[in-house]
Design a protein around this ligand. Structure first.
Ligand SMILES: [Zn+2]
Length: 380
């Protein structure tokens, strides 16, 4: 057995409090390729916690067979701060109750400090450039001085992932089909991941506008290659956000199958020995994120959906009706919310009372939508 489990202590926000981050490590330290998978940075997105539970068991079995070839870091819960955020019995794990905002936004961009460090030392050797850039990224993180428990957590997670070849951030949507987010530079190289997970959508944006965790590891490589076009700089870290359906989609059947899919991805990419079998047929083409219509509630009210997840809808088709409970005349209480594109219904809202501006559905089309171009593409 090579698996080692570390329990790292985070400083407490308040006197007498401290939290711990658990990290499972498989394979020899420094072995390549390296993969990093973390669960539930948005701490209320439960499917990933169960997927990691199943994946660790698959990796333990592979470990017993000496089949771990690379280095695999599994973070079974990435956000102990968010896991503790219960208010009046409700778990609020998406935003920091301490005021720091959405846990998956505003991750640091290492491009500028790394570009400065490596500018004079890049060569015509792509492999050497990758090593140089990874060392500069790690050195940049070592200089960080976190001031809060959340900053300490962010730094610990980044330090674990910064030199990985594959970084997967496991999330889920509200009510949704399986899908993933990554940058255009990773398509079609991430096609195996999308096919194994049977993703119904692959959404591409760079930048998406929110500085999510996954882009902190992929985008700097693209920027460095643009900055130093005369030097070979590959996109050395494939990083993606995996949306494991919806918040209520938590079962051993789903999580076991998803963990097995991720395990086969690790086999295909040379981290684990063994034959993953033929790659399943893809369930979706990649789509630009600005081709996804994000439907918003025009007013407060109660949603009655007219479509189900996975339904194909046309431009102008009613996706949901919004009912105004204050209307005197029930015949005039309803207004339709229509899709502005042809596509499939990727997500819906599970809690049906909404306020103005809340997202009520996403429809994945194929053509760029004018109202999405230049807008802040990510939901907060
Ligand atoms: Zn999330």
């Amino acid at each position: 057995m090579s698996r080692r489990t570390d329990r790292l202590t985070l400083p407490g926000q308040t006197p007498g409090a401290e939290q711990r981050l658990t990290i499972h490590r498989f394979g020899d330290p420094g072995a390549r390729p390296k993969a990093y998978l973390q669960a539930s940075l948005h701490a209320d997105e439960t499917p990933a916690l169960l997927v990691q539970h199943h994946l660790v068991q698959l990796l333990d079995a592979a470990d017993r067979d000496d089949a771990i070839l690379g280095e695999i870091v599994i973070v079974p819960y990435a956000n102990p701060i968010g896991l503790a955020q219960f208010v009046d019995g409700y778990h609020l794990g998406r935003h920091d109750l301490g005021g720091a905002g959405n846990f998956n936004r505003n991750w640091p961009d290492l491009f500028a400090p790394v570009a400065e460090q490596v500018a004079d030392d890049l060569t015509g050797d792509a492999e050497a450039n990758v090593a140089l850039i990874r060392a500069a990224m790690a050195a940049t993180l070592r200089k960080c001085r976190p001031a809060t428990p959340l900053e300490s957590l962010r730094l610990l997670l980044m330090q674990e992932a910064i030199d990985a070849d594959l970084v997967l951030d496991l999330h889920c949507d509200d009510e949704a089909l399986m899908h993933l987010f990554t940058i255009p530079a990773h398509w079609p190289s991430a096609a195996d991941l999308a096919a194994e997970l049977a993703c119904r959508a692959v959404l591409l944006a760079d930048p998406s506008g929110g500085d999510p965790f996954d882009e902190a590891f992929s985008a700097p490589w693209v920027r460095l290659a643009e900055r130093f076009p005369e030097r070979p700089i590959p996109t050395a870290c494939l990083s993606a956000t995996v949306e494991l359906r919806g918040q209520a989609d938590v079962s051993d059947e789903l999580a076991g199958a998803d963990a097995a899919a991720l395990f086969r991805v690790l086999q295909r990419r040379g981290l684990v020995a063994g034959d993953p079998g033929p790659l399943p047929a893809p369930q979706a083409e990649a789509t630009r994120l600005d081709a996804v219509d994000t439907l918003k509630a025009p007013a407060a009210g109660v949603l009655a959906y007219a479509v189900a997840l996975g339904d194909q809808v046309s431009e102008g088709q009613t996706v949901a009706e919004l009912i105004d409970p204050t209307a005197e005349d029930p015949a005039k209480a309803r207004r339709g919310i229509v899709s502005r594109t042809d596509g499939i219904v990727l997500s819906r809202r599970s809690y049906k009372y909404v306020l103005p501006g809340m997202t009520i559905a996403k429809v994945v089309g194929t053509r760029t939508l004018p109202h999405r171009v230049g807008s802040y593409l990510m939901e907060d």
